[in-house]
Every structure is written in structure tokens, then in C-alpha cells.
Design a protein around this ligand. Structure first.
Ligand code: KG4
Ligand code: ZN
Length: 345
């Protein structure tokens, strides 16, 4: 079956065609990033995001079909991100998907964006075994999920303040480096000494497993101010490298502590920040040392994309072929399905 996936939750408009069933492959992916449009503002402007999705989405769908060498009549099902995300952006995808579903009489399956990030490593690793622990690190989320089986997840830990990607974006904005900050910190890492500066690891006063990142940003800005660190200086690169290194070590140690406390056959790390070179390197090395099977999404499927949406959409359809989200609206889609314990189809 050919599935058309649609993603428009944030600042990337993406449409992909995947083939599932006897063959399992991503046939095409068209992504229009809005980074250049939001960069001058140091963050995403929702109004601009929604308008840009609207301008781009039908052309991207045509291109994705062309690239896959098929027509809309060959598509067997549509998959769409219904949440979480920016409301205006999500509505563009929803209206477009509903239109296609209505005209071409296609089943439309709605997908949770975070669940799709967790699905992303399955695109190249069908062998991933349950139960699994998934660390989702993106611009909007930093959470650990425990999945006993597909569609049965439990939140083990989440950030109590900013997401780790958000902290990187804010730091880059503060120093006028641009947006998004994660890839910039990734690139600058090699210029600095990651051991030059130290950062205190946060401890939850209630002893909980949750994450907290705002203290890292405050400590970084405090040290930069106290030492009068100038952007572009060696101290500046050392400070940024030490900051990134501390964030990665924190994510790694919390994740492995949880992994040791539960029956876990696979560890997944996904979301935009999992594209980070240092993170990939340190997680790979440590998991190999401890004998924990680690699955990282391919870099192009770490950040927002429509292939992961189509991939998970098909799994949901397989689990329940009568499922059709055609009657669903944004506010009828409960995030609680995925955030809290239990099954979420
Ligand atoms: O998953 P994603 O594309 O969108 C959300 O669902 O949030 O993640 C975007 C986040 C941004 O905060 C961006 O700075 C971060 O992922 N990011 C990275 C890298 N590439 C993207 N962070 C660290 N290193 C990277 N190479
Ligand atoms: Zn995302």
C-alpha cells in the first residue's frame, strides 16, 4: 500500500510517500523548511508558519507523488499529524488532508507527532524489540517514554521547564548566533574544549526522574557575564562546547539510570536534538559498553518529517483498519492519549 504522509505541526511543511506491506520503503519526501523566514525573529512566528504551510503544501504533495512515480489514485491511505503543534499550522495540514480524503475517498489516519518521532528509527530498523525506552529530545519535548508494546506507552520523565532543543535555541538567540540553535552548537562544538567549564547536574527536590534545563542556561549566561566572555573568543567556544557536553551527559546518565531500572530490550533516542553529533557519539559508545541495544533514527528522520508520520499512520491502520479520523477536529484529539499511561490508538 502507498501512504501519503503530511506534517505541518511546526516550521517544516513535509509530504512523503511510503510503501508498506510486502515492501517497506520511503519512496519520496518533500520538505520545505521555514528556518530562513523565522531566523530574523530568533524563534518561530506562528502566523508566518501557518501562512507558509498554506502556500507550500499542495505543491509539495504534487512533487512527492511525482518523485515517487505514482499518482494520487495509487494512494491507499493518508496519514496526518494532528497534534501537538501550533494550531494554525496543524489546521493547514488537517484542512488539506480532509480535502484529499473527501475527493479521493481515502482513509485518513491521525498521528501523534511525538509518537511518530518514536516510530522514526523503525523506518530503518524493523527489528526493534519491546519493551523499549524512548528518549524524545526536540524543540518542544524532552521526555522518556516506556513502551511495553506499540501503542502502549507510559511517561517516565519529562522536562519541568524548557525542552533541551529550546534551551539550545534560546542560548543561540541570546548570543545572536541565529536560529535554530541546536545545529549551530553542533557545528561550533569542535572549536571548543568541552572540559574547560563545569555545570552542576540538576537534582529534583522531590527525588523524581524528571528533567530540568533552565539551570544550565542560567549557569552559562552567568559564567559568560562574570568572565566577560566575548562571542567569537576561545573562551566563548569553550563555554558553548562545555555547555553542550554537559547537556548530553545529563541526558545520557538520566536515560541509562532509568534503562537499568526497567526491563528494556531496546533504547530509542529520537527528535530533532538526536541529530546532534556529540549525542549520537556518546550514546552509541556508552550503550555499546553497557550492552544496551540503541536505535537512533537516520539523521534526516530525526527532525520533523512526513515519512515518520506515514510510517506510524500505517501501523495504526493495520492495528485497526476501520479507524478513520475524518470526523475528528483538533480539539477532539486528546493529548492525554499519548502523554499518560495506557493504550493510545
Ligand atoms: O523534532 P524537531 O525538528 O521539531 C520539534 O518537534 O520540536 O526538533 C527541533 C529542535 C530544535 O530545537 C533544534 O535546535 C534541534 O531540534 N536540533 C538540533 C540539531 N538539529 C536540530 N539540536 C542539536 N544538534 C543538532 N544537530
Ligand atoms: Zn518534532
Amino acid at each position: 500500500m502507498y501512504i501519503l504522509g503530511i506534517e505541518s505541526s511546526c516550521d517544516e511543511t513535509a509530504v512523503a510517500v511510503v510503501e508498506r506491506g510486502e515492501k517497506n520503503a520511503v519512496l519520496s519526501e518533500q520538505i520545505k523548511s521555514q528556518v530562513d523566514l523565522h531566523s530574523p525573529y530568533g524563534g518561530i512566528v506562528p502566523e508566518i508558519a501557518a501562512r507558509t504551510h498554506y502556500e507550500a503544501i499542495d505543491l509539495l504533495a504534487r512533487r512527492a507523488l511525482n518523485q515517487a512515480g505514482i499518482g494520487i489514485d495509487d494512494i491507499g491511505m493518508l496519514a496526518l499529524t494532528l497534534g501537538p503543534g501550533l494550531v494554525g499550522s496543524l489546521l493547514v495540514g488537517l484542512a488539506f488532508a480532509k480535502g484529499l480524503a473527501l475527493v479521493h475517498n481515502l482513509p485518513l489516519v491521525a498521528v501523534d507527532h511525538i509518537a511518530a518521532h518514536i516510530e522514526a528509527p523503525f523506518i530503518s530498523h524493523a527489528e526493534i524489540a519491546y519493551p523499549l525506552l524512548a528518549l524524545v529530545v526536540s524543540g518542544g519535548h524532552t521526555s522518556l517514554f516506556y513502551l511495553e508494546e506499540k501503542f502502549n506507552s507510559r511517561v517516565i520523565a519529562k522536562t519541568r521547564d524548557d525542552a533541551v532543543g529550546e534551551i539550545m535555541d534560546k542560548v543561540a538567540k541570546h548570543f545572536g548566533l541565529g536560529y535554530p540553535g541546536g545545529p549551530l552548537l553542533d557545528e561550533l562544538f569542535v572549536k571548543g574544549d568541552p572540559q574547560k567549564f563545569t555545570f552542576k547536574t540538576p537534582r529534583m527536590s522531590d527525588g523524581g526522574a524528571d528533567f530540568s534545563f533552565s539551570g544550565y542556561k542560567s549557569a552559562l549566561l552567568r559564567q559568560a557575564q562574570c568572565l566577560n566572555v566575548q562571542p567569537g573568543s576561545q573562551d566563548f567556544f569553550d563555554l558553548l562546547a562545555s555547555f553542550l557536553s554537559a547537556l548530553v551527559n545529563y541526558l545520557l546518565s538520566r536515560t541509562l539510570t532509568v534503562a537499568k531500572s526497567l526491563p528494556v530490550r531496546s533504547l530509542i533516542v529520537s527528535g530533532g536534538v538526536s541529530r546532534n553529533s556529540l549525542l549520537r557519539q556518546r550514546f552509541s559508545r556508552e550503550c555499546a559498553r553497557m550492552g544496551v541495544p540503541l536505535y537512533l533514527a537516520e539523521p534526516r528522520y530525526c527532525t520533523d518529517n512526513a515519512a515518520m508520520i506515514a510510517w506510524l499512520g500505517y501501523e495504526k491502520y493495520l492495528a485497526n483498519p476501520s479507524l478513520n479520523y475524518f470526523d475528528l477536529y483538533l480539539n477532539s484529539y486528546s493529548r492525554a492519549h499519548f502523554r499518560e499511561s495506557g493504550k493510545h490508538r
